[in-house]
Design a protein. Structure first.
Ligand SMILES: [Fe+2]
Length: 316
């Protein structure tokens, strides 16, 4: 059995504006929202409690689906990088970025370089990245990422790219889609459990770039034709459970809440998920997997994470 933890949207990095020039962009509105709202909702002490809980639950691997930062400032990338290294080394943790991690255009060396070892595939290719590479170039260079841990193949997609004011959408892009198709087809010939990591939910009704994926339909088509065993996403800060019908059967899609929401609101209070993945005997074709989904939720009164619902995906 393989245990995979999934967390997302921590948004706890400190926002310190280096100078007023830094606010001459989309960051001005983002900074106001952070001052008035976000810094009171997303609390580092909740993320610390989650980190402590992971030491108790001891998953085999941790998947993080982006939005570690607020305004994508260099200091935020460095702070999130320090948190990642404190959580564990890159053999234990796989990361894909979210829209806040590509808030405005920033070069590689000021941004994702701080997270390099957590983003890259097993066969590292970071040395190929030029220091001034844009987020789009990085998406083409690094993603889809592929990491194999135990009997699980973790396939990471980047949907993060700078978008305009009042928008939080993203896109996969043609290059990634073509590579994704090849990777998932190749993995279908193995007995690995294919888990796809993505920040934005791949299938929902908001197809506009305001919040959703601009090319979500094309992504869903690829996933349906190739199949996968599990898709994990963040972005909405709520628990979300949907299904995509794929080549080898239903593909569960599960969204997780923010890892740091301190408010105690019923649909929003911080959670992370644990998946217990077991391969089942199968007479022919692709192996079958039994995936148990366990919610770990933040208890404000006790300031710790406690076990919540447990269910088997596909048997709910
Ligand atoms: Fe997001």
């Amino acid at each position: 059995m393989f245990t995979l933890a999934h967390l997302s949207d921590s948004h706890t990095t400190p926002v310190r504006i280096p100078n007023f020039r830094a606010l001459l962009s989309k960051r001005l509105l983002g900074w106001l929202k952070w001052v008035l709202e976000r810094r009171h909702i997303h609390r580092p002490e909740v993320l610390a409690a989650l980190t402590a809980d992971l030491k108790l639950t001891r998953p085999d691997h941790i998947a993080i689906t982006g939005d570690l930062t607020n305004l994508g400032l260099t200091e935020e990338f460095a702070a999130a990088g320090a948190w990642l290294r404190q959580l564990g080394d890159s053999r234990l943790i796989s990361l894909v970025p979210g829209n806040h991690d590509a808030y405005v255009p920033e070069p590689w060396e000021a941004a994702w370089q701080h997270w390099q070892e957590y983003l890259e595939s097993d066969a590292a290719h970071g040395a190929l990245v030029p220091p001034q590479a844009s987020f789009r170039e990085l998406a083409r260079t690094y993603f889809p990422s592929l990491r194999i841990r135990g009997g699980v193949a973790l396939v990471g997609i980047s949907t993060a790219r700078p978008v305009g004011l009042f928008r939080a959408g993203g896109a996969v892009g043609g290059t990634q889609l073509r590579r994704l198709k090849k990777i998932l087809h190749a993995l279908a010939e193995t007995d690995l459990c294919r888990v796809v990591l993505i920040h934005h939910p791949p299938n929902h009704d908001d197809w506009t770039l305001r919040r959703g994926l601009g090319d979500g339909h094309a992504l869903c088509e690829v996933l349906q034709k190739t199949g996968a065993e599990l898709i994990l996403h963040g972005h909405w800060h709520t628990t979300n459970r949907e299904t995509l019908h794929g080549l080898h059967g239903p593909i569960p899609i599960v969204g997780v809440r923010s890892a740091s929401d301190c408010t105690g609101r019923p649909q929003r209070s911080a959670q992370y998920h644990l998946y217990r993945i077991e391969q089942q005997p199968s007479a022919s074709g692709r192996p079958q997997f039994r995936i148990t989904w366990v919610v770990r939720q933040y208890d404000r009164a006790r300031h710790q994470f406690v076990e919540g619902e447990e269910r088997v995906l596909g048997e709910e």
